[in-house]
Design a protein around this ligand. Structure first.
Ligand code: HEC
Length: 162
C-alpha cells in the first residue's frame, strides 16, 4: 500500500514538471538578428575562423540552434548571445573608435589563448567551433601584426581597423 501511495506522488511530480515545461514554452526568448551595419574587416582566413568560432554570439548573424527554440534552453542561449553582443559585436564595427578596435582585437587573442573563448559549453554542442592549433595561429599572427603595426598586404589598411 505504501508503495502505491509513493507511486502516486511520483506520478504527480512528473505531471507537474511536464506541465511547467509546457507552460514555459509560451515565454519567448529575446532572439533577434539585427541588421549588420559594418562587419569587422580581416583577411579571409581570419574571417573564416571568427565566423566558425565566434559569430554565433558576437555578431548579428547568429545561427540559432534547434535547442534555442525550446525553453529553458532558449532563454540561456539568448542571454549569452545578447551579453556577448553587448561586449563585442563584429557586425557593428562602426560603433567602435580605432582605439576600441585595437583593444578588442588584443582582447580577442587573450581570451582565446586562455581558453576562455569560445565558451566551453558552446563547443560541446558545436565541436566544429573549437579553435584548432591552426586557427589559433591564424588569429594570433593577425592580432600581433595589427597591434605591432606590421600589417601585411592581405590586412585591411590600418585606417579601416578604424
Ligand atoms: C556561446 C557564445 C560565445 C561564443 C561562441 C564566443 N563568445 Fe566571447 N563572450 C561571450 C559572452 C557571453 C561574453 C561576456 C561574458 C564573459 O566575458 O564571459 C563574451 C566575452 C568575450 C570577450 C571579453 C569582452 C569583455 O569586454 O570583457 C572577448 C574578448 C570575447 N568574448 C572574444 C571571443 C572570441 C574571439 C570568440 C571566438 C573565438 C568568442 N568570444 C566566442 C560569448 C561567446
Amino acid at each position: 500500500m505504501a508503495n502505491s501511495g509513493s507511486r502516486k506522488v511520483w506520478q504527480w511530480i512528473v505531471i507537474i514538471i511536464l506541465g511547467i515545461l509546457i507552460i514555459i514554452q509560451f515565454i519567448p526568448a529575446d532572439k533577434t538578428n539585427p541588421n549588420v551595419s559594418k562587419e569587422i574587416e580581416t583577411p579571409d582566413q581570419v574571417k573564416s575562423v571568427l565566423e566558425k568560432s565566434c559569430f554565433d554570439c558576437h555578431s548579428n548573424e547568429t545561427e540559432w540552434p534547434w535547442y534555442s527554440s525550446i525553453a529553458p534552453a532558449s532563454w540561456l542561449v539568448a542571454h549569452d548571445v545578447n551579453e556577448a553582443r553587448e561586449h563585442i559585436n563584429f557586425s557593428t564595427w562602426n560603433k567602435y573608435t580605432t582605439e576600441d578596435r585595437l583593444g578588442i582585437i588584443e582582447e580577442m587573442w587573450e581570451e582565446v589563448e586562455e581558453g576562455e573563448m569560445p565558451l566551453w559549453y558552446y563547443t560541446l554542442a558545436h565541436p566544429r567551433a573549437k579553435m584548432t592549433d591552426e586557427d589559433k595561429q591564424i588569429l594570433s599572427d593577425w592580432v600581433t601584426r595589427l597591434t605591432k603595426k606590421t600589417s601585411v598586404e592581405s590586412d585591411p589598411d590600418p585606417e579601416s581597423i578604424e
